[in-house]
Design a protein around this ligand. Structure first.
Ligand SMILES: Nc1ncnc2c1ncn2[C@@H]1O[C@H](COP(=O)(O)OP(=O)(O)OP(=O)(O)O)[C@@H](O)[C@H]1O
Ligand SMILES: [Mg+2]
Length: 760
């Protein structure tokens, strides 16, 4: 035990075998105890050090050179006469335990430190110094030299008196250092090798470029090409920036990678939008009317409405009145198939001098169809609007939204919401396609929508639409269309010359009424095509002179007449009545059949009937039963009988109350044995009291009745005013019977009762 002057070292640890020069006060002592201190905390162990030199510093201060010798544990402390702290010191030089464990740790320690030195690219002399140390305790203390150890770790090392324990601690500390160094090295390596790879690729690409040049292929041609296309596209500022950004990415990436082909696809789309292209609009109502007339027969109301619409548009434009929700309403053409909606849309584009594109919405159930998928999707593409603009090649085309009534919605989002945005003048100047992800100005696009029925158009969309109805054509209108448009077109399509074939109006009319049953003219055009193919065959096989298409030619090409006198055949037996209905394909006649069978009191209904229609069948049966007396029906006919009402015409679902009087008539006919007149068609809702209520779609129904060869139509009294909509020529050829009660209906519709004379 010795008593030594305590020299505190602020946040510094001096180990045995270390020689240091410090500016500390040591008086004239030869030996002191150096004790690490942090704030007021002293370590429990210090280093006994010899004072080997005293130096005067240039500034006047004094410094001492001290050589650490061995550890000393601090004992009792006391101040000396000069107020300095002196302590009792239990001196603890390391013992030399050459146990196997210590040897092992020694080896381990050396190995770890060698690795560290290697990683650090340390001076060779450090390693040599390390190898020169023979004592395990001193070896462990070399860990204290490490700049990476914290003060606390160094103190812990100093306080560990047991050599084996100290070595263990030193190994652990050095391992931690090593691990940390290794991680750092790996990160650096990764970064470096990445950079090297980029460099390598850069050189390879340069080489490729020069090879291309040798071969006469332009260097960087792809990038240059895009640059040129972007330059020429006349994009708005923001889009241009986006394009340039992508181009830069493409440049640094080099061709060939998957990512770069995605960028190229994107750029292809971006430059395919006709950013700066627009048609000069010609908005002259007179000229518009001429074009509409040139392409379409009839359709007076429709053409007039369209011309008005265009005139208002022009006025607003000339006077700089911006479009709002009301004035910007979307022209919507609603009507049965083949009535010319799509083709008049084309004419509107022609009249405006704009490009025309059709965008079919039938079956679209995904918002992304309209708006595109985000680019993060594999195989993402822009939506249909962007594609429509690309196809149009201008930013102000007429875009026809075909079949808006067939847009669906499901979990993938509601396409009609996207459509609403597209159609809203307040929003559509900044439409954002998910794929392109830049703003598109759609405000100059003229949208026209078409639909077969209004009922299934999503409400909010319908709200924004200005509806023009196409009700279907009369036979005479169809004749005019056939003569003026369909026939010449089919003549040409079949390689014939106009003078090689002729047809009389009467024959065309026969094709219309006996071979087609439709509101439009699509089927008619097909039938004419069939006839003309036959004619073409004859002309091609050398037949002389103009071919006259007569009845025989028609029969030859089209077979037996299809629709003639269907009503007469069907209503020949009691229990069948001819009704009139409006379906998605326009007006149509339908035959309601009633039968009965023994047993039960059921009413069976078949033919894909909706609930409303079933309900009106029950009402009809109840009415007939409760009025059996007036109708001359034996009340016992109802006893123990089941009734069956069937509405044929395929699997088309039918609903609505307007077949009420037809079902009642069929039942009354069945029970009374009086057949329904074959010239009579009817439509009207019926109540339990037998009142006849008004129905919708009168014009379409009357046209269908007319086309089917019916001459008498029973209608509800309250629909009388709607007859005005029916074309004059049809009205002249038919008789209308407005009624208030079912009694009147039966009087008009049923053949007189046949007086059966008993044969004796
Ligand atoms: N009034 C008309 N004058 C001349 N051609 C007509 C007329 N109406 C229709 N057509 C012709 O009939 C064919 C069918 O018309 P279009 O395709 O426009 O029908 P649509 O109303 O769009 O039917 P859908 O509802 O099935 O789409 C076209 O070839 C069209 O030119
Ligand atoms: Mg169409």
């Amino acid at each position: 035990m010795s008593n030594l002057l305590l020299v505190p070292l602020e946040d510094t640890v001096v180990f045995p075998n270390m020689t240091v020069t410090l500016t500390v006060e040591v008086g004239d002592e030869d030996q002191v105890l150096l004790v690490p201190r942090h704030e007021h905390d002293y370590a429990k162990v210090g280093t006994v050090a010899e004072v080997i030199d005293r130096v005067r510093l240039p500034g006047g201060g004094r410094a001492v050179a001290l050589a650490g010798s061995h550890r000393g544990v601090i004992g009792a402390a006391a101040s000396d006469s000069q107020g300095r702290l002196r302590v009792d010191v239990e001196e603890r030089p390391d013992d030399e335990p050459r146990t196997g464990r210590v040897k092992e740790l020694e080896l381990e320690y050396r190995a770890v430190v060698e690795e560290i030195l290697e990683l650090r690219d340390a001076d060779e002399r450090v390693g040599a110094f390390l190898r020169s140390i023979g004592e395990p305790g001193a070896l462990a203390d070399t860990a204290g030299y490490s700049p990476d150890l914290t003060f606390e770790q160094k103190v812990e090392l100093l306080e560990t008196l047991d050599v084996a324990e100290r070595l263990e601690l030193a190994v652990r500390l050095q391992r931690e250092r090593l691990a940390e160094l290794q991680v750092r090295r790996r990160i650096r390596d990764d970064v470096e090798s990445g950079a090297q790879k980029q460099q390598r690729e850069y050189f390879l690409r340069k080489q490729m470029d020069s090879i291309r040049k040798e071969l006469g292929e332009d260097e960087g041609s792809v990038i240059e090409e895009y640059r040129k296309k972007i330059e020429e596209a006349g994009m708005p500022e923001a889009v241009r920036e986006q394009a340039d950004r992508e181009l830069r990415r493409l440049e640094t990436m080099g061709e060939g990678s998957g990512e770069s082909s995605m960028i190229r696809t994107y750029l292809d789309w971006l430059v395919s939008v006709p950013w700066a292209k627009r048609s000069e609009e010609t908005l002259d109502p007179v000229h518009a009317r001429e074009i509409l007339d040139a392409d379409h027969a009839g359709l007076e109301d429709v053409k007039e409405r369209i011309v008005e619409y265009l005139a208002v548009r022009k006025l607003r434009q000339d006077r700089g009145i911006p479009n709002d929700k009301r004035s910007g309403a979307i022209l919507t053409l609603i009507g049965p198939p083949g009535t010319g909606k799509t083709s008049i849309g084309e004419s509107i584009a022609k009249a405006l001098g704009r490009e025309f594109v059709r965008m079919s919405l039938g079956g679209v159930r995904d918002e992304a169809e309209i708006r595109g998928h985000r680019r993060t999707y594999i195989g993402a593409l822009p939506g249909r609007l962007v594609r429509a603009l690309r196809d149009a090649g201008t930013m102000n085309p007429v875009i026809m939204l075909d079949e808006v009534d067939k847009v669906g919605a499901d979990w993938r989002g509601d396409p009609s919401a996207a459509l609403l945005e597209v159609l809203d003048p307040a929003q559509n100047h900044s439409f954002r396609d998910h794929y392109l992800d830049v703003e598109l100005d759609l405000s100059e696009v003229v949208f026209i929508a078409t639909a077969n029925v209004a009922e299934t158009i999503p409400g909010p969309l319908l709200d924004r639409m200005e509806v023009i109805r196409f009700d279907g054509y009369t036979v005479d209108e169809k004749l005019a269309i056939a003569r003026g448009y369909l026939w010449p077109r089919q003549v040409e399509r079949n390689g014939l010359r106009a003078e090689e074939v002729a047809v009389e109006d009467a024959t065309l009319k026969l094709v219309v009424s006996e071979y087609t049953r439709e509101a439009g003219v699509r089927q008619l055009e097909r039938e004419l095509g069939k006839i003309l193919r036959k004619v073409a065959t004859r002309v091609a096989s050398g037949e002389d002179g103009p071919v006259m298409v007569d009845l025989a030619t028609v029969r030859d090409a089209l077979g037996r007449q299809r629709f003639f006198q269907e009503a007469a055949e069907r209503t020949a037996v009691p229990g069948v009545a001819t009704g009139l209905a409006v379906t998605g394909t326009g007006g149509d006649v339908l035959f309601v059949e009633a039968t009965s069978m023994d047993g039960g009191r059921d009413l069976v209904l078949t033919g894909q009937l909706g609930d409303v229609m079933k309900e009106s069948a029950r009402i009809a049966l109840s009415y007939v039963r409760s009025h059996s007396g007036e109708l001359g029906i034996d009340e016992r006919s109802f006893d123990d009988r089941a009734f069956h009402v069937h509405v044929p015409a395929g699997a088309i679902p039918k609903d609505g109350p307007s077949a009420g009087i037809t079902m009642a008539t069929a039942l009354a006919s069945l029970l009374s044995g009086r057949p329904v007149k074959h010239t009579v068609g009817m439509t009207g809702e019926v109540t339990l009291q037998g009142r006849v209520l008004p129905i919708g779609g009168l014009k379409q129904k009357v046209l269908a009745a007319h086309a089917a060869g019916l001459t008498d139509v029973i209608i509800p009294e309250r629909n009388r005013a709607d007859l005005e909509d029916v074309p004059e020529d049809v009205r002249e050829e038919m008789r209308f019977h407005p009624v208030m009660t079912l009694g009147e209906v039966l009087d008009l519709a049923l053949e007189p009762a046949v007086q059966l004379h008993a044969v004796s």
